[in-house]
Design a protein. Structure first.
Length: 298
């Protein structure tokens, strides 16, 4: 068989599988949105859920998911960036460095239920934080930290060595090279890792059932005192997230419109993840242009 024929066949197979993956994804998203969009309204997005009566909403659960995302990123991003930069630029090859990499790989493969039980034992009971947003954020940090560390390290190692040598030739310090030369180039990959981490925050349910809890107190959105038990900004209150709420409605919902609520909540979850991804990429492009004076970011 001629080389050109083999090349055309291989290209056709690759394109076929790529289109198949896109079609599967589009089918899943289309099915979820088709079932759920008709149930979405302003009242559905802002009202509290009903246990028995019809017409409940997902307002507290949606807010809890967004608030948990912010708390998790506030913990994960500084730790992940710091550890990734240390592993890429400061750590010397040896047993300690290899041991750290092994620990990161092991943590990234932990099942979510194991992390949830670990959080229940250590964070909720031993540390005494109880079922709360901060407990859920710390448990999700165990999930997301290995991913962000590994992506940050690979992003910094992927920067051409000539750029680092140019900074050294100009007499720049190590930290100045990291912040002004390497970080802007590595930013697109780091942003991708952050988006992947955020997606896991939105979609995680098993770990949060044992840490953040499966209920939410009646929230007073006019009370912004973070120390009040009914304040939405209190990080030490129980918080049922949207993913946990979907599971709970499907498994033990008593409301007559439980199926419609679950479908609408699923559509809101998909749209929230999509909007967050688009907003994060736009913000990343903006920061990238400011740091590099470039108009393009992959």
């Amino acid at each position: 068989m001629k080389a050109k024929t083999v090349d055309k066949i291989a290209t056709g197979v690759i394109v076929f599988f790529a289109l198949l993956i896109v079609a599967i994804l589009a089918g899943l998203l289309g099915y979820i949105l088709f079932r759920g969009l008709s149930h979405i309204s302003w009242d559905f997005l802002t009202s509290a859920p009903q246990k028995i009566r019809a017409g409940g909403g997902i307002g507290p659960q949606l807010f809890n998911s967004l608030f948990l995302l912010v708390l998790t990123l506030l913990i994960t991003v500084p730790l992940g960036l710091g550890a990734g930069i240390y592993m890429a630029e400061y750590a010397r090859p040896g047993r300690i460095t290899n041991g750290i990499r092994l620990i990161v790989e092991v943590l990234s493969s932990f099942p979510s239920i194991v992390v949830g039980l670990f959080g229940l034992l250590l964070i909720v009971n031993v540390f005494g934080l109880g079922f709360s947003l901060i407990s859920g954020a710390l448990a999700l940090t165990v999930f997301n930290l290995p991913l962000l560390v590994r992506i940050t390290e690979q992003a910094f190692r992927g920067v051409p060595v000539q750029q680092k040598e140019a900074g050294l030739a100009m007499g720049l310090s190590k930290w100045k090279i990291v912040t002004s030369v390497l970080f802007p180039v590595a930013l697109p990959s780091i942003l991708t890792g952050t988006i992947l981490s955020a997606g896991r925050v939105f979609g995680e349910a098993a770990a949060l059932m044992f840490t953040a809890g499966m209920s939410s107190p009646r929230l007073d959105f006019g009370n912004w005192n973070p120390l009040d038990s009914n304040s939405p900004l209190n990080p030490f209150r129980p918080a049922e997230t949207l993913a946990v709420h979907i599971w709970k409605i499907n498994s033990e919902g008593l409301a007559p419109d439980a199926a419609q609520i679950a479908a609408g909540a699923s559509a809101v979850l998909v749209l929230t993840v999509l909007v967050f991804n688009l907003a994060a990429r736009y913000f990343g492009r903006f920061i990238y242009r400011k740091l590099t004076a470039s108009k393009r970011m992959n």
